[in-house]
Design a protein around this ligand. Structure first.
Ligand SMILES: [Ca+2]
Ligand SMILES: [Ca+2]
Length: 261
């Protein structure tokens, strides 16, 4: 079954003489003089990023692009998220829905991740197919995609195993990173201390004992200093290192310097 789906998804590769990539992504620096974005007028300056608002912004396209609407690598969309200037076929379709939900917020690529949210773009099938998440359920995700055998396809489901194991190469997310001043400060007292490292370590041990991370969304984002949407011992160690280097050692290291990115 999986093989037949992949064959269907990749049919465009031969049609458009792109041997390895079904839905190509365009490099950021490239400027395209192609048709203006069809979603341009729908891009919000300050979008509501609640799950229901993100879902509503994306599912609204089901009216203008109903199930079966032709959408192939002839369709290009210029993206506002950065990293890539735009995309063709499935990539372009996911970028169009992404802009409707996230406006001009910048995108980040996460190569490992512990959670996904509505509006995250999954790059799957050996980096050849892009899908965008409409909803997250207990068992997986519900997606929308262009160039699924040449057309728009709504509400296919992927299981958690498909999302987190072999199917997904990376995700593109546009949920804003926690403010740099708040990073490493999950107790929100304005400074990075040993207490913050302990909170991260406790969250990690809670997770290992099947209790979940046990933190609010704000605290979780602040503790996830090595951003991969999970809290591990690496996050706790880096918070402790930030405290010892800067508060005790009187250095002025940034998170980027400490993490080496
Ligand atoms: Ca603190
Ligand atoms: Ca982390």
């Amino acid at each position: 079954m999986k093989r037949s789906i992949r064959f269907l998804l990749c049919g465009c590769a031969w049609l458009f003489a792109v041997p390895a990539v079904c839905c190509p992504l365009a490099a950021e620096a490239v400027t395209f003089g192609l048709e203006a974005s069809k979603a341009e007028s729908q891009i919000a300056a300050d979008p509501d990023l609640s799950p229901s608002a993100v879902y509503s912004a994306m599912i609204a396209f089901k009216k203008s692009y109903p199930e079966g609407t032709p959408y192939t690598n002839d369709n290009f969309y210029q993206w506002k998220g950065g990293i890539y200037g735009g995309g063709y076929g499935c990539a372009g379709f996911s970028f169009m829905l992404s802009d409707a939900a996230f406006g001009s917020l910048p995108a980040r690529q996460l190569n490992t991740f512990g959670a996904v949210y509505p509006g995250d773009i999954l790059r799957i099938n050996n980096d050849s197919h892009s899908v965008i998440i409409l909803e997250v359920t207990d068992t997986g995700v519900v997606i929308a995609e262009g160039n699924y055998g040449g057309t728009v396809h709504w509400e296919r489901t992927l299981t958690n195993a498909q999302v987190y194991d072999v199917e997904t190469n990376y995700i593109l997310t546009r949920y804003p990173r926690v403010r740099n001043s708040a990073l490493g400060d999950p107790d929100h007292d304005g400074s990075v201390s040993i207490d913050d490292a302990q909170i991260a370590l406790q969250a990690y041990t809670d997770y290992l004992s099947q209790k979940g991370f046990g933190l609010s969304e704000d605290a979780f984002s602040a503790a996830d200093v090595v951003e991969d949407r999970k809290i591990t011992v690496d996050d706790a160690q880096l918070i402790l290192q930030y405290y010892t280097e800067n508060s005790l050692g009187k250095k002025n290291l940034t998170w980027d310097q400490l993490i080496g990115r």
